[in-house]
Design a protein around this ligand. Structure first.
Ligand code: AKB
Length: 316
């Protein structure tokens, strides 16, 4: 099927894998990767790439027009831990980039938008277990506030201007191809790296800090599936809850120990523990299942197998 796609933030943790997956599906030349910096050699060499600042409307518009783009995936964002250090920069990046793509769609220069939300939209007063799709949301982090505002704007642009914007609330994502940067759930990747490289890991969250998590392959599949379905299947235009597993550092450590018995973990929680305490432990994603047939494929055991099998071949 012919489809021309632009990915903003293509060199990040999700953007990299999404670019590869979409290029595999629609052809290398159909998927334009873009970022404010260059990415890995394999990403840069596998198809068109544009150096692009997602906060610059005119620059995005130029690229959209030049490549005759129909769909935009906006993956550029500042994540939870970094955003606490640079609140205004985080707000500017996370909100202005979203307005840019929503306005391009409103002006009918593009047809469809994907924008990622996060479990960070929930806050300390949200029910923590099996968190419903619609519930009390009072995010207490800079990142969470930007994501919740973003959800409201997506819904507004859909209802007011007919903009076809689609979104999921990603849990923490575990991946081996690209390192994450600046998130509260990054420990779940660092732990595998250090298990292989050092045999031990000091975790910045408490051992029992349970959070919703997902293997990257599932997240990419969910993203593409949501973007592929008919618009009239979708009843949620803010963002869909999405769930796969609920994990604490102790759970991941136990799973690693089954394969690396000498692995040792210690705990030295920092400010990210405070962030984690405001997020849900588990998520109810019934709506995503009902509306567009979402079903995860990875649990902790096959995630650990994939991570320990693939990480040694990766050089960062
Ligand atoms: C983060 O930890 O900030 C992200 C997220 C859950 O959105 N991984």
């Amino acid at each position: 099927m012919h489809k021309s796609i632009l990915i903003l933030g293509a060199c990040g943790q999700i953007g990299t894998e999404l670019t590869f997956a979409l290029r595999e599906l629609y052809g290398n030349d159909q998927v334009v990767a873009s970022d404010i910096r260059e990415g890995s050699e394999s990403l840069m060499n596998s198809g068109p790439f544009e150096l692009l600042d997602a906060t610059n409307y005119a620059a995005i518009e130029d690229v959209v027009m030049y490549h005759e783009i129909e769909e935009v995936y906006l993956m550029a964002a500042m994540l939870s831990a970094t955003a606490e250090k640079f609140p205004e920069r985080a707000w500017n990046l996370n909100m202005n980039s979203l307005f840019n793509v929503l306005n391009l769609a409103k002006e009918r220069k593009i047809e469809k938008v994907f924008w990622p939300s996060s479990i960070a939209v929930f806050g300390p007063n949200t029910p923590k277990d099996n968190t419903p799709q619609s519930t009390l949301m009072e995010p207490s982090t800079v990142y969470g506030i930007s994501k919740q505002s973003g959800e409201r704007w997506c819904s507004y642009y859909y209802h007011k201007f007919g903009v076809d914007v689609r979104s999921v609330r990603y849990p923490g994502l575990i991946s081996w191809k690209t390192l994450p940067g600046g998130g509260t759930t990054d420990y779940a990747i660092e732990i595998y790296h250090e298990a292989l490289n050092k045999g031990s890991y000091t975790c910045f969250l408490n051992e029992d800090a349970k959070l919703p998590m997902m293997f990257m392959d599932d997240a990419i599949r969910a993203t593409i599936k949501l973007m592929d379905c008919n618009s009239d299947q979708l009843t949620v235009r803010s963002s869909y809850n999405l769930s796969a597993m609920s994990l604490s550092p102790a759970d991941i450590s136990a799973s690693i120990k089954k394969r690396i018995p000498d692995f040792k973990i210690s705990y030295d929680p920092d400010f990210r523990q405070t962030i984690a305490e405001t997020w849900p432990r588990s998520i109810d994603d019934t709506k995503a299942k009902e509306d567009w047939g979402w079903e995860p494929q990875f649990n902790l055991e096959n995630t650990t197998t994939e991570m320990l099998k693939n990480l040694p071949s990766q050089s960062f």
